[in-house]
Ligand binder design. Structure first.
Ligand code: CNA
Length: 239
């Protein structure tokens, strides 16, 4: 199987990688739905973390939202791992398009240039009143950030539950998947929609899934590898 996959990887003209939180667990950032994921930890706020990640919770419990957000969602010190590095290197030779559900900026830190962040990023923020933009390094990483220009509430450019995805990013992702000849999906439980349905848009790609645990969509892939992503990607993407 490895030899077959490597042949397809080498021959790919328009490859796409679609990833999730499992891409970054080896960088010390917990995912949500694994045994050791964030959702398995009892919330200290009396409300489940899934609820805390909603737009309504952000608006009506802003102080608690930010207390949770700064401690559990932002990892400025995290470093790219084998998976990010293997993908960045493959992008150089094969023009890989990376679609990520992650908000940690690690693909870019690894050197990837073509990255579609479908759930936004913890590296950018905007004032909800005047629209002024801020980078992560312009804000204090505690408390509720307030716009220095107008006093408005600053929101992370992260898509919270109840918010729509950015239409341009979503359409570019659908287009990339539709036209790709190789689709590698990895480190995602494929449970968060609409992104979980992206692989269905592929017209004729060879589809490979690499995930530690089974997903509800395993049967839709040509190859399924239940292994650590960093190890598997290094094996299949290296020359
Ligand atoms: P998820 O639902 O937590 O699933 C992660 C999947 O990755 C699980 O099925 C694991 O089995 C698998 N996995 C974990 N570690 C590895 C590994 N080393 N090798 C292979 N597979 C592994 O996360 P999804 O991404 O599917 O869910 C989408 C959410 C999670 C998005 O909205 C993200 O913003 C959000 N999230 C992002 C981060 C981040 O940016 N690093 C961290 C936690 C959650």
């Amino acid at each position: 199987m490895l030899r077959e996959i490597k042949k397809k990887v080498k021959a790919a003209k328009r490859p796409v990688f679609l990833g999730g939180a499992g891409v970054s667990t080896a960088s010390g950032i917990p995912d949500f739905r694994s045994e050791k994921g964030l959702y398995a930890v009892k919330s200290e706020y009396g409300v489940g973390y899934e609820t805390m990640l909603s737009h309504d919770y952000f608006l009506y419990h802003t102080k608690e939202f930010y207390s949770f957000y700064w401690s559990k969602m932002v990892y400025p010190e995290a470093k790219p791992n084998k998976a990010h590095l293997a993908l960045a290197s493959y992008e150089k030779s094969h023009h890989l398009v990376t679609i990520t559900q992650n908000i940690d900026g690690l693909h870019q830190k690894a050197g990837s240039k073509i990255v579609l962040e479908v759930h936004g990023t913890t590296y950018s923020y905007h004032c909800m009143d005047c629209g002024k933009q801020f980078g992560l390094d312009e804000l204090e990483h505690h408390g509720v950030p307030i716009c220095p220009s107008c006093g408005g509430l600053i929101k992370p450019d992260v898509i919270l539950y109840g918010e729509n995805l950015d239409e341009d990013v979503l359409l570019s992702s659908i287009q990339a998947v539709r036209l790709c000849d190789l689709l590698i999906v990895g480190g995602t439980s494929l449970q968060v929609y609409p992104i979980a349905s992206l692989p269905d848009y592929s017209l004729s790609a060879t589809k490979i899934l690499i995930n530690l645990s089974p997903t509800p969509s395993d049967h839709n892939f040509d190859y399924v590898i239940h292994e650590d992503l960093g190890e598997a990607l290094t094996k299949i993407l290296e020359d």
